[in-house]
Design a protein around this ligand. Structure first.
Ligand code: FPP
Length: 271
């Protein structure tokens, strides 16, 4: 039997990066190159439940604190000049959670926009949503649509919530739409290109920023969980041990520093 010695190099990077977060002093801020801030930052906000559990609190306390973190990170990203901040708030698979938790999560956008829209307007932030919002409870959908309407003229950062969003569902919907057009004779098979698929995705509303430059996932899990499957083809990934409610300005900036150290080649050669 051949035995493999587990090589943990890649995992160590994550862990050492996390240690670095805890050792940061204010000077580390200087490492962040403000001229090369990623344009589209996408975040899988994981660890709300574990954050609460560690404090002997119900899981929903973690989601509540997670919502406050959304407010903080929105402000930080907008101040840094990020163009699009996409936040994975509820997946098409999250309906499998207990009804009480789902119901709490569905109430969060209402609470969030109730209190935060004036600040979004003050900061010139536009709200967008990707996901199947027609399947949301009426009040949740109304809160989201109101926020989009109230901020539609803002020209600064786009705060893009992925709400009842799933990458596989999104691709399936696009394939169905394209197949229908071919069937009715309004589209030729040869006209099905990667550009056509990109411009048919829910992220098309983000124009030139539709693909994330960096995907950050908190809480130590190293997986994509059905998030922006088409769009992350050439995204950089930064995995943090920090639970989402503990995300703060220093950790967020360190994640961007980590991104800035990557050599993006998009399948080409190093410049
Ligand atoms: C995953 O952590 C988190 C979620 C499924 C919900 C994320 C939602 C928020 C952070 C608040 C969103 C705010 C607005 C305004 C919509 P988890 O619960 O799976 O954590 P665990 O893995 O530790 O259990």
């Amino acid at each position: 039997m051949v035995k493999f010695k587990f090589s943990s190099t890649w995992r160590c990077d994550v862990v050492s990066f996390w240690k670095k977060n805890n050792e940061i002093d204010e000077n580390n801020e200087l490492e962040l190159d403000l001229e090369h801030i990623p344009k589209h930052v996408a975040i899988i906000m994981d660890g709300n439940g574990r954050w609460a559990q560690q404090r002997h609190l119900p899981r929903i306390a973690g989601h509540k604190e997670g919502m406050n973190t959304v407010k903080k990170v929105t402000k930080i990203a907008s101040d840094l000049g990020v163009k699009v901040l996409t936040l994975y708030a509820f997946s098409t698979e999250n309906w499998k959670r207990p009804e009480t938790e789902v119901s709490y999560l569905m109430g969060l956008p209402i609470k969030f926009f109730d209190t935060f829209v004036p600040e979004l307007i003050e900061n010139n932030v536009r709200v967008e949503v990707i996901g199947y919002i027609d399947q949301l409870p009426t009040a949740t959908r109304a809160a989201v649509e109101n926020a989009m309407e109230q901020t539609k003229d803002n020209t600064g950062m786009i705060l893009n919530f992925a709400l009842n969003y799933g990458g596989r569902a999104e691709i399936t919907t696009v394939v169905q739409e394209i197949a229908s057009k071919v069937q009715e004779g309004t589209l030729q098979v040869a006209e099905i290109t990667t550009d056509l698929l990109s411009s048919s995705m829910m992220t098309a509303k983000l124009d030139q920023y539709q693909d994330p430059d960096v995907v950050i996932r908190t809480s130590g899990e190293i997986r994509i969980s059905n998030f922006l499957l088409w769009q992350v083809a050439y995204s950089e990934f930064v995995f943090l041990e920090t639970h989402w409610p503990d995300m703060n300005e220093i950790i967020f900036k360190q994640a961007l520093v980590e991104y800035q150290q990557r050599n993006r080649r998009f399948g080409g050669l190093k410049k």
